[in-house]
Design a protein around this ligand. Structure first.
Ligand SMILES: [Fe+2]
Length: 135
């Protein structure tokens, strides 16, 4: 089983953010590979921890960017981020409790990311590009 990776169809045209999105897919892929290889729960748990840390840093970077250009959709966007982080933390707790990290969870992570980038992230990206044109 392979995991979807980043491609141009979900590019925002904001290099720093596109790089972070690529790295996010990279972390999900690393998680997928570790599960496939049958790595122990300590190794998989470590990757989940790193994924959550990276996601949190990335969301903070996006929110700072939206704040810096007075993007009006910031609050709604932040709520989506917060809900995803909560879901990730639930996944982490469930994993520590002994639940399996299955394909369903990996699919959820990838689907959520693609949907969020193509929808919600496109919103601020368009706004920033319009601002740039005006200036
Ligand atoms: Fe976002």
């Amino acid at each position: 089983m392979t995991i979807s990776t980043w491609d141009d169809s979900i590019a925002l045209g904001i290099p720093v953010i596109d790089e972070q999105h690529k790295a996010l897919f990279g972390w999900i892929d690393t998680l997928n590979e570790a599960i496939k290889k049958g790595d122990g729960s300590e190794a998989v748990g470590e990757i989940i921890w790193k994924l959550i840390t990276y996601v949190t840093e990335h969301f903070t970077a996006e929110e700072r960017l939206m704040l810096s250009c007075n993007y009006p959709g910031l609050e709604a966007h932040r709520k989506e981020h917060d809900q995803f982080v909560l879901r990730l933390q639930e996944i982490q707790v469930n994993y520590i409790d002994g639940h399996e990290m299955g394909r369903q969870i990996l699919d959820f992570l990838v689907d959520w990311l693609i949907c969020h980038i193509k929808g919600t992230d496109q919103g601020y990206s368009r706004f920033i590009h319009q601002q740039e044109k005006k200036s």
